[in-house]
Design a binder for this molecule. Sequence first.
Ligand code: A4P
Ligand code: MG
Length: 178
Amino acid sequence: MDEKTKLTADEYPISAAAPPALLAYIALGANLGDREQNLKAAIEKIGEISGVRVTKVSAFFETEPVGGPPQGMYLNAAVEIDCTIPAGQLLRELQGVEKELGRKRLGKCFPRTIDLDILLFGSEVIDEMDLKVPHPRMHDRAFVLDPLNEIAPNAIHPILGLTVAELTRMYRERHTDK
Ligand code: A4P
Ligand code: MG
């Protein structure tokens, strides 16, 4: 390459720094339709989001519904993703997946074909109108903690300063009949 066409580091296309990846955790829940199929389809679609790679998937846990009107049992799971997009964009992408899988928003805690919640996003703490991370109720729900503890016992809750394993143990202690 002669001097005239030589690119400086700034101009060279691949010199642009790749956005740093972080590990994030998503909770999945379904209690309408073919619940197992809904979870599997959601995991596949999450893996197709640009800038997201699914790195771990928990077992599927059958759980009693918590809150809301009387409704059927849930299947819950958690996934770990390696993520290079910002949390707000991830939320919008997940809402797109919920919509594609036929989610109708009937009201809070109503039955759903699929619910996708961001539990942890690296060590970020986010407190916006439409996005709170860590998920504000994650430490008080067995249907979230059990699947998450299976894939990420050492992940740290950045507000409480405790690992998922510790949160799970403390939840059990609070809910064991004395
Ligand atoms: N939002 C704020 N922070 C987040 C976040 N970290 N991740 C906002 C995802 N969304 C977040 O969510 C309502 C709003 O929360 C969204 O507009 C988003 O901007 P939604 O999915 O429309 O409604 P939702 O799921 O009914 O509300 P939410 O607050 O996610 O409900 P929960 O507290 O998650 O409870 N029982 C069992 N056994 N298993 C379940 O999975 N799920 C629920 C839902 C109740 N009982 C359950 C289960
Ligand atoms: Mg939700």
